[in-house]
Ligand binder design. Structure first.
Ligand code: SAH
Length: 253
């Protein structure tokens, strides 16, 4: 299994498309079985195509566009998640497990906000109070909202998490929202597909403009990077040119 690649890669994949399983290696089937298998394969392909389309929409539009997309078509969201799950399951390690390990090393009294929580694996795996935000409730714990505008008071959380969730193009706004809800000195954890980063030093420099100091960076995996920041103060307005992530776009496999 190749590590995921950015949009400039060949046949790249991040949290990627659903698998289209090849023909099963079984003895010849009766005619009806063959046509059922063919239909299943066609359906799988169609799902793969829809997933790639959705994925492209998510990575090339703002978080607000994503919110609108899923509000209009909740079924699209479930399709997206199915594809996401299938892809990440094949990685050597799930990034969210790294965040779980990190939180377990720290006091359980810390209040956490999980931006783009998906199925709430993080909240289910730690003792901390975790505010879970996503566009559609995959789990009853989810508060449905756009991550650029979460219903939390300013300076009310100790740890903000983005685990494979920095999808919108309005990165500055999204990370500014994390800055707003974080207490001074609070922690921002980012786990993101490695190949999405164009220039890590420039990205980290831009984060200082947003009011974050780099505490640690783990760039050892070819699948995903884990970055830990501390809030040093409010986000400063103005351009932050290094704050760029490549979209994960997929070719048909
Ligand atoms: N953090 C989870 C899920 C990652 S998938 C995990 O690591 O397993 C990315 C998640 O971000 C998806 O659930 C998607 O719905 C969510 N997301 C994308 N754009 C969003 C937005 N604008 N507001 C809230 N959630 C968003």
């Amino acid at each position: 299994q190749e590590p995921p690649a950015g949009s400039d890669g060949e046949g790249g994949s991040g949290p990627g498309p659903p698998d289209s399983p090849g023909p099963p290696e079984t003895p010849p089937e009766p005619r009806s079985g063959r046509s059922a298998a063919l239909r299943a394969r066609m359906e799988e392909r169609l799902l793969g195509a829809r997933f790639r389309y959705l994925n492209q929409q998510l990575y090339t539009g703002s978080s607000r566009d994503a919110a609108q997309l899923f509000r209009a078509d909740p079924a699209a969201f479930h399709l997206y998640h199915r594809g996401f799950e299938q892809q990440v399951r094949r990685w050597p390690e799930r990034p969210v497990q790294r965040i779980v390990r990190y939180l377990r090393r720290r006091p359980a009294s810390l209040v956490v906000a999980d931006f783009g929580c998906g199925d709430c694996t993080l909240a289910a795996s730690v003792k901390n109070q975790v505010h879970c935000f996503d566009l559609v409730p995959l789990n009853p714990r989810v508060t449905v909202c756009d991550m650029a505008e979460v219903p939390l008071a300013a300076e009310s959380v100790d740890v903000a998490v983005f685990c494979l969730a920095l999808m919108g193009t309005n990165l500055q706004e999204i990370l500014g929202e994390a800055n707003r809800v974080l207490k001074l000195g609070g922690t921002l954890m980012v786990a993101e597909v490695a190949s999405r980063f164009e220039d890590i030093p420039a990205f980290l420099k831009a984060m200082t403009q947003l009011g974050f100091r780099t505490v640690s960076k783990d760039l050892s995996s070819s699948y995903f990077y884990v970055l830990e920041f501390a809030k040093t103060g409010p986000t400063r307005p103005g351009p932050a040119p290094g704050l760029r992530l490549r979209p994960c776009l997929y070719k048909r496999r």
